[in-house]
Design a protein around this ligand. Structure first.
Ligand code: AMP
Ligand code: MG
Length: 484
């Protein structure tokens, strides 16, 4: 296990030609203090978790003092934002410190402006930093691919958004922060060599089996298509809306990346729009799988200088079936059924009655784990959630037939279902309570409590059972926008 001073930085991205990034330096923050430290992520990257007690921990993780061996760069990228191409984005407030010899990359988010800040301050507010820190841990706990977060460092330094807030720095960890937009920028500039260099770099690090293949670029695209389809299926199955699915927020590894105005479904509403800035609902919950496809088409287009058009088309053509297969397998598991297409009508019918009866998505599925499959069992705890009880009964009869056909045993199924249907999710109001305590009282205990809770979202944690409840009325008035 390493200390901050002995982290073995390799910095392969900074070894690429300077065209891909700008060397940067962080801008010191006033009086940084450690708010939260993720011991799991420290261990994951080979940093001794006891380094949380290092005298300079807040200085290092705010960027006030550079980590020995790090070579901070801000990466260049572009992207389609809400359907329109924006030619130069890039890390405007993130800096890649470098990657460690085990492949994990460290990034500071909010450590000051970079050449890609486009007039903004390069900072992140405490509020959005807490949201990303908690949600990335929650997603990992839910077995959904995601970037991770090592720490939050806060500061009294003011940051101006709709109101005055305070600054914080998030240390993010990922195998890669390369985005679809990282490729788009060179396509639109007509820089085919750069495109190839970046593709070769990503393939060598993340898809090493393809390095020597003659058709490595179409196969690489195909891998991205499959990983993205899998991610979209996970989001839809768990009820997560990302909120800003611009191509610059789409990870080349199919990770959940760049947490902004995300939201988990409370009541099941396919039209759910978590981002109040998304006026047309482009990124509404139900749109996500299609937007995933649209974004992949932008990536495929950006890669066309490296392959025949038909090869690119063929690679993205597998998306609908890859998505459908992953999704129905995940939903079958949520129902305690074996994977396969048989459950499609059952899932469709269920989502219809959940919507019609305005049921809480997470609470319903958790309650379903205890479904009694004996003929004539009323399943009152579930049935009573519905206004339309006859509707539930009809669905339950069909469900029972599926269970019988698979010779499902209630106790066995219940245990398996509780490993895929979370009891706890990061509901907006839970994040909001933690944020208000942190902001108004400098009390970070709620951040840390939620963090610990969401690491194990499938486990009963009786002392925190109220965290599994449906949101209070005031939750519907929480407004989450792109401002962060
Ligand atoms: P996002 O939608 O948050 O992923 O950000 C879109 C683009 O805006 C990215 O290039 C960010 O780096 C940049 N950006 C967002 N907020 C800031 C900020 N406060 N300062 C500088 N750049 C920012
Ligand atoms: Mg972004």
């Amino acid at each position: 296990m390493h200390t901050f001073e002995t982290l073995p930085f390799a910095n392969s991205f900074a070894a690429l030609p300077p065209l891909f990034y700008s060397a940067v330096q962080s801008t010191p923050l006033a009086d940084p203090h450690l708010i939260s430290f993720n011991a799991d992520v420290a261990a994951l990257i080979g940093l001794d978790p006891a380094q949380a007690q290092h005298v300079d921990v807040a200085s290092y993780l705010s960027g006030n003092v550079s980590l020995p061996g790090a070579q901070p760069v801000a990466a260049l990228y572009a992207g389609h934002q809400f359907g329109h191409y924006v030619q130069q984005l890039g890390d405007g407030r993130a800096m890649l410190l470098g990657e460690l010899d085990n492949g994990w990359e460290l990034q500071l988010k909010g450590a000051g402006p970079t050449p890609y800040s486009r007039g903004s301050d390069g900072r992140a507010v405490l509020r959005s930093t807490i949201r990303e820190y908690l949600c990335s841990e929650a997603m990992h706990g839910l077995d959904i691919p995601t970037t991770r977060a090592l720490s939050i460092v806060g500061s009294p330094q003011p940051v101006y958004r709709e109101q005055v807030e305070t600054a914080a720095v998030l240390t993010r960890v990922s195998q890669s922060f390369v985005r679809f937009g990282s490729f788009e920028v060179y396509f639109y500039r007509g820089q085919k060599d750069a495109l190839r260099t970046l593709a070769d770099y990503v393939i060598a690090r993340h898809y090493p089996d393809l390095v020597d293949a003659a058709d490595k670029y179409p196969r690489f695209l195909r891998e991205v298509v499959i990983n993205t389809a899998r991610l979209m299926a996970h989001w839809q199955a768990v009820g997560f809306a990302h909120g800003v699915m611009n191509t610059d927020n789409m990870s080349i590894l199919g990770l959940t990346l760049d947490y902004g105005p995300f939201g988990f479904l409370d009541t099941y509403d396919p039209g759910f729009i978590c981002n109040h800035s998304d006026e047309t609902g482009r990124y509404a919950f139900k749109q996500q799988p299609d937007i995933g496809a649209w974004n992949l088409t932008r990536l495929a287009q950006a890669l066309t200088p490296l392959m025949e058009i038909d090869a690119a088309k063929e690679a993205i053509a597998i998306y609908p079936s890859a998505y459908a297969t992953h999704y129905i397998d995940l939903m079958s598991a949520k129902l305690g059924l074996q994977p396969g297409k048989e459950a499609v009508p059952l899932v469709t019918a269920l989502l219809e009655i959940l919507h019609k009866n305005q049921l809480d998505y997470t609470i319903f599925f958790r309650a379903l784990c205890n479904f009694d499959s004996t003929p004539d069992a009323l399943n009152a705890p579930l049935r009573d959630l519905f206004v339309d009880r006859a509707g539930f009964d009809a669905w339950a009869a069909d469900y029972r037939t599926h269970l019988a056909a698979q010779r499902s045993i209630d106790a066995v199924r219940a245990a398996a279902m509780k490993r895929v249907n979370p009891k706890y999710i990061l509901r907006n109001h839970l994040a909001e309570i933690a944020i208000r305590k942190a902001r108004d009282e400098a009390d970070f205990s709620e951040v840390n409590r939620l963090h610990a809770l969401l690491r194990r979202p499938f486990d009963e944690q009786p002392e925190l059972h109220t965290y599994a409840a449906a949101p209070p009325d005031w939750a519907s008035r929480i407004s989450v926008s792109c401002s962060s």
